[in-house]
Design a protein around this ligand. Sequence first.
Ligand SMILES: Nc1nc2c(c(=O)[nH]1)N[C@H]1C(S)=C(S)[C@@H](COP(=O)(O)O)O[C@H]1N2
Ligand SMILES: [Mo]
Length: 332
Amino acid sequence: MLIHRRDNGFLHPVSSEITPRSAYEGRRDMLKLLATGAAGTALASWASRDALAQTAAPGKLPPLKGAKSSVPGAQAMDKVTDYKDATTYNNFYEFGTDKADPARNAGTLKTRPWTVEVEGLVKKPGKYGIEDLLKLSAQEERIYRLRCVEGWSMVIPWVGYSLAELIKKVEPEGNAKYVEFLTLADPKTMPFVGSRVLDWPYAEGLRMDEAMHPLTLLSFGMYGEVLPNQNGAPVRIVVPWKYGFKSGKSIVKIRFVEKEPGTAWNKAAANEYGFYSNVNPNVDHPRWSQATERRIGDGGGLFAKRTKTQMFNGYEAQVGQLYAGMDLKKLF
Ligand SMILES: Nc1nc2c(c(=O)[nH]1)N[C@H]1C(S)=C(S)[C@@H](COP(=O)(O)O)O[C@H]1N2
Ligand SMILES: [Mo]
């Protein structure tokens, strides 16, 4: 499609024509998907997950218990989302872009053996096996809200421990300022890793103080069981004050770096997804407002009443200080 902009009587190509073709096509696919996610076909997604949801119940996966957490902010503040909703309506683009796709397709994910490689600016780099990671610190149950950038949210009882526990064990060097997370990208088991929707592997990152914050969770389970594949088995990050996409699923690499790392969504659309991506009702997404959200499964499903989104997703008392003096409109 050729779109021209007329300036001073001359025709200039718009940026889409000077962007490499592959990047442009990937972006075009993505914009289409995002547009549908935010509007009409969300309804179709919700309906298509109904059949899956009917059989989704805890009790089928190995138990993973956690003691009630004493970390401030990690206790129940809202009604916990039903398991069937939390496991049948979410994003995991490696398995498809429809909200029902992760539950439908993630059965192929092989979660054993599994290692997480720790590398970069760290004194104890190495490959950490999942069984050792599970035992590295006491498992806690943390009840967190998670709000997706698209405007829906859930309240989930996660099981895991503060990422800080692992970080302290591996001893980052003094010049490590950021932590980068890379997730599995296996084309054999993840059907969409061949698509151009995102740059694979899915990459995310946190500033060191964010990664060390006690609320930042290294999670292995939810609802008293190990994580279902569609929710990021066998290990994922959960950062409750940031939009959901900052919480990388099925992670295989943690890298300590000096400079702010590139992240999957920022690379796909920098004007829409910043590095910080703190939940902020006062900063609109360029294509929609972030002022309100819909709690998934709250009464009428997709038609549930929208509630006001809270600054830092309600965790301002715990994390606001991390951003003191920063212009959150610029550093969104
Ligand atoms: N590897 C990977 N992690 C991911 C995603 C993804 O596509 N791939 N999607 C993110 C997005 S956009 C959201 S909202 C959350 C949602 O999943 P959950 O409901 O299981 O937390 O996972 C995040 N983690
Ligand atoms: Mo999301």
